[in-house]
Design a protein around this ligand. Sequence first.
Ligand SMILES: *Cc1c(COP(=O)(O)O)cnc(C)c1O
Length: 364
Amino acid sequence: MIFFSNPSAQFKSYQSEIEEAVLSVMRGNRYILGEQVELLEKEFAKYIGVSNSIGVANGTDSIELALRALNIGSGDEVITVSHTAVATVAAIESVGASAVLVDIEPEFYTLNPKQLEMVYTNKTRAVIAVHLYGQSADLDPIKSFCNEHSINLIEDVSQAHGALYKDRRLGSIGDISCFSCYPTKNLGAIGDAGLIVTDDDALAKRVKMLREYGWNNRISEYAGRNSRLDEIQASILRVKLKYLDQDNSRRRTLAEFYYSNLSDLPFILPKIRKNVESVFHLYVVQSENRESLIRSLAREGIQLGVHYPLPVHLQPAYKDKIKKFENLNVTEKITQKILSLPMYPELSMENANKVVKKLKKYHN
Ligand SMILES: *Cc1c(COP(=O)(O)O)cnc(C)c1O
């Protein structure tokens, strides 16, 4: 069976190092917010090119705590896309703010900056730019819009650890940036984990307090909560961070293989923005025959994915309740056709070739 993602294969790649790291945590005497978390925070901040990084319990929390640290809550509006993991929107709603959803650019599947001005109100406090499938949203115009209105830019980098925008790592451009380290992400734990980065020291200090009951010397200065990162996950992430660039470059090699072998098939292949280096969290094509293609390849032992099958504004929890741009036509249209091919660093060329062959066979 060839899966579209395979976190267990990644464990096997680094098994002895990961096992050693985990054992050493277990043999120690500090299991939460200890040395491993501190070292991971230092190493990750350096990797992204910012001065602060804070480990939290998961990616959804990283967005929630970033919003709280910015004092965004009830009565405020936050603009983002409907074409994202539901987590982005859930985090906005969890602080009592209202999500306002805009459409995506048809070529790149990320936020359409032209719609920002059209949904802006005097309640708008921030934009969350989601870097989807491993590549960057159109950050320059989004950032200009935020600067013009003196609102905050939050990057959701959960699908683009290590990607570059104009030679800068994603996550180093917004006021504060959020990463999920869910097991299948480019930098994935063996459980839940998340990271926040920012160059703003005061903001970083607030996030640190908010992740543990709003504590300042064990006295709650803010109404916080528990979103601590544990030492075992941090020790695993430290091992994997060392290999992140190597893993991402392997994803790019696989993407090149797909590009050169699928160009004759009736697919729309992923387009990468100029000045962006994608890390191909997913390799997403558009197909007119998605459902039958999924069924046909499943019979051949190949699993394909759909990210995502239903835009957030059409899901029962949000339908008819959520504010949005007058129409989200691009989002609704591509949702019917998008298809994620197997993509992870441990996918062998032999298996990638099998995927290509079966896709060709289907279209013959
Ligand atoms: C995975 C993901 C999240 C949520 O992260 P969790 O760790 O699952 O809470 C948020 N945003 C995007 C774009 C994601 O892909």
